[in-house]
Ligand binder design. Structure first.
Ligand code: ADP
Length: 408
Protein backbone atom coordinates (compact mmCIF):
# COMPACT_ATOMS: atom_id res chain seq x y z
CA UNK A 1 0.00 0.00 0.00
CA UNK A 2 1.43 3.36 -0.98
CA UNK A 3 0.28 6.87 -1.81
CA UNK A 4 0.76 8.39 -5.23
CA UNK A 5 -0.10 11.96 -6.16
CA UNK A 6 -1.11 13.03 -9.69
CA UNK A 7 -0.31 16.65 -10.55
CA UNK A 8 -1.56 18.97 -13.27
CA UNK A 9 0.36 22.23 -13.02
CA UNK A 10 -0.77 25.21 -15.10
CA UNK A 11 0.87 28.63 -15.32
CA UNK A 12 -1.12 29.93 -12.33
CA UNK A 13 -2.72 26.79 -10.94
CA UNK A 14 -1.91 23.37 -9.53
CA UNK A 15 -4.47 20.57 -9.45
CA UNK A 16 -3.84 17.35 -7.57
CA UNK A 17 -5.37 13.97 -6.75
CA UNK A 18 -3.88 11.77 -4.05
CA UNK A 19 -4.42 8.01 -4.46
CA UNK A 20 -3.98 5.04 -2.22
CA UNK A 21 -2.45 2.45 -4.53
CA UNK A 22 -2.90 -0.26 -5.67
CA UNK A 23 -6.50 0.14 -4.40
CA UNK A 24 -6.86 3.20 -6.67
CA UNK A 25 -8.76 4.96 -3.89
CA UNK A 26 -8.87 8.77 -4.05
CA UNK A 27 -8.03 10.04 -0.57
CA UNK A 28 -7.81 13.75 -1.38
CA UNK A 29 -8.07 16.10 -4.31
CA UNK A 30 -7.94 19.80 -4.85
CA UNK A 31 -6.77 22.93 -6.51
CA UNK A 32 -4.36 25.78 -5.82
CA UNK A 33 -5.56 28.62 -8.01
CA UNK A 34 -4.27 32.11 -8.91
CA UNK A 35 -0.69 31.25 -7.98
CA UNK A 36 1.51 34.36 -8.21
CA UNK A 37 -1.52 36.65 -8.42
CA UNK A 38 -2.86 39.01 -5.76
CA UNK A 39 -5.28 36.65 -4.03
CA UNK A 40 -4.82 32.92 -4.38
CA UNK A 41 -7.36 30.22 -3.59
CA UNK A 42 -6.90 26.77 -2.06
CA UNK A 43 -9.51 24.05 -2.14
CA UNK A 44 -8.99 20.52 -0.87
CA UNK A 45 -11.64 17.84 -0.46
CA UNK A 46 -10.95 14.62 1.42
CA UNK A 47 -12.55 11.76 3.29
CA UNK A 48 -15.48 11.86 0.84
CA UNK A 49 -17.17 14.69 2.73
CA UNK A 50 -14.67 17.04 4.37
CA UNK A 51 -13.32 20.08 2.61
CA UNK A 52 -10.81 22.85 3.24
CA UNK A 53 -11.12 26.22 1.49
CA UNK A 54 -9.07 29.36 1.99
CA UNK A 55 -8.13 32.49 0.14
CA UNK A 56 -4.48 33.45 0.58
CA UNK A 57 -1.56 34.74 -1.41
CA UNK A 58 0.44 31.90 -2.99
CA UNK A 59 3.74 33.33 -4.21
CA UNK A 60 4.85 30.60 -6.62
CA UNK A 61 4.61 26.86 -7.39
CA UNK A 62 7.23 25.93 -4.76
CA UNK A 63 5.20 27.70 -2.09
CA UNK A 64 2.02 25.96 -3.36
CA UNK A 65 3.65 22.52 -3.12
CA UNK A 66 5.07 23.18 0.36
CA UNK A 67 1.65 24.47 1.51
CA UNK A 68 -0.12 21.47 -0.05
CA UNK A 69 2.12 18.97 1.73
CA UNK A 70 1.75 20.80 5.05
CA UNK A 71 -2.02 20.85 4.65
CA UNK A 72 -2.07 17.12 3.91
CA UNK A 73 -0.25 16.63 7.22
CA UNK A 74 -2.37 19.14 9.19
CA UNK A 75 -5.64 17.74 7.87
CA UNK A 76 -4.44 14.28 8.90
CA UNK A 77 -4.60 12.98 5.33
CA UNK A 78 -0.99 11.76 5.60
CA UNK A 79 1.14 11.11 8.69
CA UNK A 80 4.47 12.02 7.06
CA UNK A 81 5.82 13.17 3.70
CA UNK A 82 7.51 9.77 3.35
CA UNK A 83 4.09 8.16 2.77
CA UNK A 84 3.99 9.70 -0.69
CA UNK A 85 6.02 7.23 -2.73
CA UNK A 86 5.50 8.76 -6.14
CA UNK A 87 4.49 11.91 -7.98
CA UNK A 88 3.08 11.80 -11.52
CA UNK A 89 3.03 14.97 -13.59
CA UNK A 90 0.89 15.73 -16.60
CA UNK A 91 3.12 17.22 -19.30
CA UNK A 92 1.46 18.68 -22.39
CA UNK A 93 4.10 18.34 -25.11
CA UNK A 94 6.40 15.35 -25.40
CA UNK A 95 7.17 15.84 -29.10
CA UNK A 96 8.64 12.81 -30.85
CA UNK A 97 11.04 12.28 -28.00
CA UNK A 98 8.71 10.88 -25.36
CA UNK A 99 6.80 7.88 -26.67
CA UNK A 100 5.90 6.67 -23.17
CA UNK A 101 5.73 7.95 -19.61
CA UNK A 102 9.19 8.32 -18.06
CA UNK A 103 10.92 8.69 -14.73
CA UNK A 104 12.07 12.31 -14.49
CA UNK A 105 15.79 12.96 -14.22
CA UNK A 106 17.86 16.02 -15.14
CA UNK A 107 18.00 15.02 -18.80
CA UNK A 108 14.20 14.58 -18.97
CA UNK A 109 13.69 18.01 -17.41
CA UNK A 110 16.03 19.55 -19.99
CA UNK A 111 14.08 17.88 -22.80
CA UNK A 112 10.70 19.03 -21.45
CA UNK A 113 12.13 22.53 -21.38
CA UNK A 114 13.38 22.22 -24.98
CA UNK A 115 9.93 21.01 -26.08
CA UNK A 116 8.40 24.21 -24.71
CA UNK A 117 8.54 25.64 -28.23
CA UNK A 118 5.61 23.30 -29.03
CA UNK A 119 3.65 24.28 -25.87
CA UNK A 120 5.00 27.65 -24.71
CA UNK A 121 2.43 28.14 -21.95
CA UNK A 122 2.05 24.59 -20.68
CA UNK A 123 5.46 22.89 -20.66
CA UNK A 124 7.21 25.58 -18.55
CA UNK A 125 4.31 25.42 -16.07
CA UNK A 126 4.46 21.61 -15.96
CA UNK A 127 8.19 21.87 -15.32
CA UNK A 128 7.65 24.29 -12.43
CA UNK A 129 5.44 21.64 -10.81
CA UNK A 130 8.06 18.93 -11.37
CA UNK A 131 10.86 21.02 -9.86
CA UNK A 132 8.79 22.08 -6.86
CA UNK A 133 7.90 18.46 -5.98
CA UNK A 134 11.45 17.22 -6.55
CA UNK A 135 12.62 19.81 -4.03
CA UNK A 136 9.90 19.02 -1.49
CA UNK A 137 9.90 15.21 -1.89
CA UNK A 138 13.43 14.26 -3.04
CA UNK A 139 12.93 10.56 -2.23
CA UNK A 140 9.65 10.07 -4.12
CA UNK A 141 9.79 8.77 -7.67
CA UNK A 142 8.89 11.53 -10.13
CA UNK A 143 7.18 10.55 -13.38
CA UNK A 144 6.19 12.60 -16.44
CA UNK A 145 3.05 11.50 -18.34
CA UNK A 146 2.68 13.22 -21.69
CA UNK A 147 -0.59 14.24 -23.43
CA UNK A 148 1.06 13.42 -26.75
CA UNK A 149 2.87 10.13 -26.10
CA UNK A 150 -0.12 7.84 -26.77
CA UNK A 151 -0.33 9.30 -30.29
CA UNK A 152 3.30 8.48 -31.11
CA UNK A 153 2.13 5.22 -32.71
CA UNK A 154 0.20 7.12 -35.41
CA UNK A 155 1.66 6.14 -38.80
CA UNK A 156 3.36 8.72 -40.99
CA UNK A 157 0.51 8.73 -43.52
CA UNK A 158 -1.76 9.97 -40.73
CA UNK A 159 0.56 12.34 -38.86
CA UNK A 160 2.13 14.22 -41.77
CA UNK A 161 0.51 17.36 -43.15
CA UNK A 162 0.73 17.77 -46.92
CA UNK A 163 3.18 20.66 -46.69
CA UNK A 164 6.86 20.75 -47.76
CA UNK A 165 8.44 17.68 -46.18
CA UNK A 166 11.29 19.81 -44.82
CA UNK A 167 8.83 21.50 -42.44
CA UNK A 168 8.54 18.16 -40.70
CA UNK A 169 12.12 17.03 -41.18
CA UNK A 170 13.78 20.30 -40.12
CA UNK A 171 11.28 21.74 -37.67
CA UNK A 172 9.13 18.87 -36.40
CA UNK A 173 5.87 20.18 -37.87
CA UNK A 174 3.41 17.26 -37.75
CA UNK A 175 0.29 16.05 -35.97
CA UNK A 176 1.10 15.42 -32.30
CA UNK A 177 -2.47 15.25 -31.00
CA UNK A 178 -3.60 15.75 -27.40
CA UNK A 179 -5.77 14.23 -24.62
CA UNK A 180 -3.68 11.05 -25.07
CA UNK A 181 -3.97 10.01 -21.42
CA UNK A 182 -7.77 10.27 -21.61
CA UNK A 183 -8.08 8.36 -24.91
CA UNK A 184 -5.75 5.64 -23.55
CA UNK A 185 -7.71 5.35 -20.29
CA UNK A 186 -11.22 5.11 -21.79
CA UNK A 187 -10.10 2.71 -24.53
CA UNK A 188 -8.76 0.33 -21.86
CA UNK A 189 -11.99 0.56 -19.84
CA UNK A 190 -14.04 -0.02 -23.02
CA UNK A 191 -12.12 -3.21 -23.84
CA UNK A 192 -12.66 -4.47 -20.27
CA UNK A 193 -16.40 -3.73 -20.51
CA UNK A 194 -16.59 -5.44 -23.91
CA UNK A 195 -14.64 -8.39 -22.46
CA UNK A 196 -12.28 -8.41 -25.41
CA UNK A 197 -8.54 -7.69 -25.71
CA UNK A 198 -7.94 -4.08 -26.77
CA UNK A 199 -5.43 -5.42 -29.29
CA UNK A 200 -8.30 -7.02 -31.25
CA UNK A 201 -10.55 -3.96 -31.38
CA UNK A 202 -11.12 -0.95 -33.58
CA UNK A 203 -12.36 1.86 -31.33
CA UNK A 204 -13.12 5.54 -31.81
CA UNK A 205 -12.87 7.55 -28.60
CA UNK A 206 -14.58 10.96 -28.52
CA UNK A 207 -13.16 13.23 -25.82
CA UNK A 208 -15.75 15.99 -25.94
CA UNK A 209 -14.98 18.68 -23.36
CA UNK A 210 -14.37 22.41 -23.71
CA UNK A 211 -11.40 21.21 -25.74
CA UNK A 212 -12.37 18.20 -27.84
CA UNK A 213 -10.58 15.54 -29.84
CA UNK A 214 -11.41 12.26 -31.50
CA UNK A 215 -9.04 9.32 -31.71
CA UNK A 216 -9.01 6.19 -33.85
CA UNK A 217 -7.51 3.30 -31.89
CA UNK A 218 -6.56 0.18 -33.82
CA UNK A 219 -4.98 -2.88 -32.21
CA UNK A 220 -4.56 -0.93 -28.94
CA UNK A 221 -2.56 1.84 -30.62
CA UNK A 222 -3.51 5.39 -31.52
CA UNK A 223 -3.94 5.30 -35.31
CA UNK A 224 -5.17 8.82 -36.01
CA UNK A 225 -6.42 11.79 -34.04
CA UNK A 226 -8.19 15.04 -34.79
CA UNK A 227 -5.95 17.53 -33.00
CA UNK A 228 -2.84 18.48 -34.90
CA UNK A 229 0.41 20.36 -34.37
CA UNK A 230 -1.57 22.36 -31.81
CA UNK A 231 -4.99 21.76 -30.22
CA UNK A 232 -6.62 24.19 -32.67
CA UNK A 233 -7.51 21.63 -35.34
CA UNK A 234 -10.12 18.90 -35.54
CA UNK A 235 -13.74 19.24 -34.50
CA UNK A 236 -15.54 22.44 -33.46
CA UNK A 237 -14.83 23.10 -29.77
CA UNK A 238 -16.06 25.47 -27.05
CA UNK A 239 -14.07 28.43 -28.33
CA UNK A 240 -11.65 26.85 -30.86
CA UNK A 241 -12.48 26.75 -34.53
CA UNK A 242 -11.35 23.21 -35.32
CA UNK A 243 -10.43 22.60 -38.98
CA UNK A 244 -10.44 25.74 -41.14
CA UNK A 245 -8.83 27.08 -44.29
CA UNK A 246 -5.58 28.80 -43.26
CA UNK A 247 -5.70 31.00 -46.35
CA UNK A 248 -8.58 32.96 -44.82
CA UNK A 249 -6.15 34.25 -42.20
CA UNK A 250 -4.44 36.87 -44.35
CA UNK A 251 -7.83 37.84 -45.85
CA UNK A 252 -9.40 38.34 -42.41
CA UNK A 253 -6.33 40.13 -41.04
CA UNK A 254 -6.80 42.74 -43.76
CA UNK A 255 -10.54 43.02 -43.17
CA UNK A 256 -10.17 43.31 -39.38
CA UNK A 257 -7.10 45.56 -39.71
CA UNK A 258 -5.03 43.20 -37.57
CA UNK A 259 -1.28 43.66 -37.61
CA UNK A 260 0.00 40.48 -36.02
CA UNK A 261 -0.63 36.75 -36.31
CA UNK A 262 -1.20 36.25 -32.56
CA UNK A 263 -4.26 38.52 -32.81
CA UNK A 264 -6.04 36.32 -35.33
CA UNK A 265 -4.80 33.07 -33.77
CA UNK A 266 -6.33 34.39 -30.54
CA UNK A 267 -9.70 34.78 -32.28
CA UNK A 268 -9.46 31.26 -33.69
CA UNK A 269 -8.64 29.87 -30.23
CA UNK A 270 -10.87 32.00 -28.03
CA UNK A 271 -13.72 33.49 -30.05
CA UNK A 272 -14.62 30.68 -32.41
CA UNK A 273 -16.25 27.26 -32.05
CA UNK A 274 -19.62 27.05 -30.26
CA UNK A 275 -19.14 30.59 -28.98
CA UNK A 276 -18.29 32.04 -32.37
CA UNK A 277 -21.17 30.37 -34.17
CA UNK A 278 -23.85 30.89 -31.51
CA UNK A 279 -22.70 34.31 -30.30
CA UNK A 280 -24.13 33.13 -26.95
CA UNK A 281 -21.82 30.75 -25.13
CA UNK A 282 -18.98 28.26 -25.39
CA UNK A 283 -20.81 25.97 -22.99
CA UNK A 284 -22.89 23.16 -24.47
CA UNK A 285 -25.41 23.48 -21.60
CA UNK A 286 -26.22 27.04 -22.67
CA UNK A 287 -26.38 26.01 -26.33
CA UNK A 288 -28.85 23.22 -25.53
CA UNK A 289 -30.95 25.59 -23.44
CA UNK A 290 -31.03 28.42 -25.98
CA UNK A 291 -31.40 26.48 -29.21
CA UNK A 292 -35.21 26.63 -29.25
CA UNK A 293 -35.13 30.41 -29.45
CA UNK A 294 -31.78 30.99 -31.15
CA UNK A 295 -31.17 29.83 -34.69
CA UNK A 296 -27.43 30.31 -34.21
CA UNK A 297 -27.37 28.18 -31.03
CA UNK A 298 -29.13 25.43 -33.02
CA UNK A 299 -26.56 25.88 -35.78
CA UNK A 300 -23.69 25.57 -33.27
CA UNK A 301 -25.10 22.26 -32.02
CA UNK A 302 -25.69 21.02 -35.58
CA UNK A 303 -22.12 21.81 -36.61
CA UNK A 304 -20.68 20.17 -33.49
CA UNK A 305 -22.69 16.98 -34.09
CA UNK A 306 -21.82 17.00 -37.82
CA UNK A 307 -18.10 17.26 -37.00
CA UNK A 308 -18.23 14.28 -34.62
CA UNK A 309 -20.18 12.25 -37.19
CA UNK A 310 -17.75 13.25 -39.94
CA UNK A 311 -14.65 12.17 -38.01
CA UNK A 312 -16.27 8.88 -36.94
CA UNK A 313 -17.07 8.16 -40.59
CA UNK A 314 -13.57 9.05 -41.75
CA UNK A 315 -11.84 7.03 -39.03
CA UNK A 316 -14.06 4.00 -39.63
CA UNK A 317 -13.00 4.11 -43.27
CA UNK A 318 -9.32 4.60 -42.35
CA UNK A 319 -9.36 1.65 -39.94
CA UNK A 320 -11.45 -0.53 -42.27
CA UNK A 321 -14.20 -1.12 -39.71
CA UNK A 322 -15.39 -0.25 -36.24
CA UNK A 323 -16.21 -2.21 -33.07
CA UNK A 324 -16.97 0.57 -30.59
CA UNK A 325 -17.44 4.28 -30.05
CA UNK A 326 -16.69 5.82 -26.64
CA UNK A 327 -18.00 9.17 -25.41
CA UNK A 328 -16.12 10.92 -22.60
CA UNK A 329 -15.30 14.32 -20.96
CA UNK A 330 -17.75 17.13 -20.05
CA UNK A 331 -20.07 16.92 -23.06
CA UNK A 332 -19.45 13.23 -23.86
CA UNK A 333 -20.24 12.17 -20.29
CA UNK A 334 -23.10 14.53 -19.49
CA UNK A 335 -25.02 15.30 -22.65
CA UNK A 336 -27.42 12.46 -23.47
CA UNK A 337 -28.73 14.77 -26.19
CA UNK A 338 -25.42 15.06 -28.09
CA UNK A 339 -24.78 11.31 -27.80
CA UNK A 340 -28.28 10.63 -29.13
CA UNK A 341 -27.94 13.05 -32.04
CA UNK A 342 -24.61 11.51 -33.04
CA UNK A 343 -25.89 7.93 -32.72
CA UNK A 344 -29.02 8.71 -34.75
CA UNK A 345 -26.89 10.01 -37.59
CA UNK A 346 -24.89 6.74 -37.42
CA UNK A 347 -27.91 4.44 -37.71
CA UNK A 348 -26.62 3.60 -41.21
CA UNK A 349 -23.82 1.69 -39.42
CA UNK A 350 -26.40 -0.41 -37.60
CA UNK A 351 -26.01 1.57 -34.37
CA UNK A 352 -29.03 1.33 -32.09
CA UNK A 353 -29.56 3.53 -29.04
CA UNK A 354 -30.58 2.21 -25.63
CA UNK A 355 -32.59 5.32 -24.66
CA UNK A 356 -32.90 4.41 -20.99
CA UNK A 357 -29.20 3.78 -20.46
CA UNK A 358 -28.29 6.82 -22.55
CA UNK A 359 -30.29 8.99 -20.16
CA UNK A 360 -28.37 7.76 -17.12
CA UNK A 361 -25.38 9.64 -15.75
CA UNK A 362 -22.28 9.13 -13.71
CA UNK A 363 -21.05 5.61 -14.31
CA UNK A 364 -19.54 3.82 -17.29
CA UNK A 365 -22.30 2.23 -19.34
CA UNK A 366 -23.18 0.80 -22.74
CA UNK A 367 -25.56 3.31 -24.35
CA UNK A 368 -26.28 1.15 -27.39
CA UNK A 369 -28.53 -1.92 -27.39
CA UNK A 370 -26.99 -5.42 -27.23
CA UNK A 371 -27.86 -6.04 -30.90
CA UNK A 372 -26.30 -2.76 -32.11
CA UNK A 373 -23.70 -3.53 -34.83
CA UNK A 374 -21.23 -1.19 -33.12
CA UNK A 375 -21.05 -0.87 -29.32
CA UNK A 376 -21.42 2.66 -28.00
CA UNK A 377 -20.21 3.41 -24.47
CA UNK A 378 -20.18 6.37 -22.11
CA UNK A 379 -17.08 6.21 -19.91
CA UNK A 380 -16.12 8.93 -17.41
CA UNK A 381 -12.49 9.77 -18.07
CA UNK A 382 -9.87 9.70 -15.30
CA UNK A 383 -6.56 11.08 -16.48
CA UNK A 384 -5.24 11.36 -12.92
CA UNK A 385 -5.83 7.66 -12.28
CA UNK A 386 -4.00 6.80 -15.50
CA UNK A 387 -1.09 8.99 -14.31
CA UNK A 388 -1.06 7.25 -10.90
CA UNK A 389 -1.06 3.85 -12.62
CA UNK A 390 1.92 4.84 -14.77
CA UNK A 391 3.81 5.98 -11.66
CA UNK A 392 3.08 2.68 -10.00
CA UNK A 393 4.23 0.59 -12.97
CA UNK A 394 7.46 2.56 -13.27
CA UNK A 395 8.07 2.48 -9.53
CA UNK A 396 7.74 -1.29 -9.48
CA UNK A 397 10.16 -1.81 -12.36
CA UNK A 398 13.36 -1.12 -10.48
CA UNK A 399 14.59 0.09 -7.13
CA UNK A 400 17.41 1.95 -8.83
CA UNK A 401 14.78 3.99 -10.58
CA UNK A 402 16.27 7.46 -10.10
CA UNK A 403 19.31 6.86 -12.25
CA UNK A 404 17.65 5.40 -15.35
CA UNK A 405 15.12 6.33 -17.97
CA UNK A 406 12.45 3.66 -17.60
CA UNK A 407 9.34 3.86 -19.70
CA UNK A 408 5.80 2.53 -19.36
P1 ADP B 1 -12.06 20.75 -20.23
O1 ADP B 1 -11.44 19.69 -19.36
O2 ADP B 1 -11.67 20.68 -21.66
O3 ADP B 1 -11.98 22.13 -19.65
P2 ADP B 1 -14.54 19.41 -19.55
O4 ADP B 1 -14.24 18.03 -19.98
O5 ADP B 1 -14.61 19.69 -18.08
O6 ADP B 1 -13.62 20.45 -20.27
O7 ADP B 1 -15.92 19.82 -20.23
C1 ADP B 1 -16.49 21.08 -19.97
C2 ADP B 1 -17.66 21.25 -20.90
O8 ADP B 1 -18.60 20.18 -20.74
C3 ADP B 1 -18.48 22.49 -20.61
O9 ADP B 1 -17.96 23.61 -21.24
C4 ADP B 1 -19.84 22.13 -21.16
O10 ADP B 1 -19.88 22.52 -22.51
C5 ADP B 1 -19.88 20.62 -21.11
N1 ADP B 1 -20.87 20.09 -20.18
C6 ADP B 1 -20.75 19.88 -18.85
N2 ADP B 1 -21.91 19.41 -18.32
C7 ADP B 1 -22.80 19.33 -19.35
C8 ADP B 1 -24.16 18.93 -19.48
N3 ADP B 1 -24.86 18.49 -18.44
N4 ADP B 1 -24.71 18.99 -20.71
C9 ADP B 1 -24.03 19.43 -21.78
N5 ADP B 1 -22.75 19.81 -21.72
C10 ADP B 1 -22.12 19.77 -20.54
Amino acid sequence: MQKIIAINAGSSSLKFKLFEMPEEKVIAKGLFDRIGLDEGKIKISYDNKESFEKKEHIENHSVAVKRLLDLLLNLDIIKSYAEIAGVGHRVVAGGEFFKKSVVVNTKVMRQINELAEYAPIHNPANLMGIKAFKKALPDAISVAVFDTSFHQTIPKTNFLFSVPYEWYHNYGVRRYGAHGTSHRYVANVAAQMMKKPLAELKIITCHLGAGASICAIKNSKSFDTSMGFTPLTGITMGTRSGDTDVAMISFMMQKLKMHSMPEIIYDLNKKSGLLGISGISSDMRDIEEKKKTSERAQLAEDIFVKDVVKYIGAYTAEMGGLDAIVFTAGIGENSAQIRKLVMRRLSYMGIMIDEERNNQRGKAEFVSTPNSKVDVLMIPTDEELMIARDVQVLASQNEDIHSKNYVV
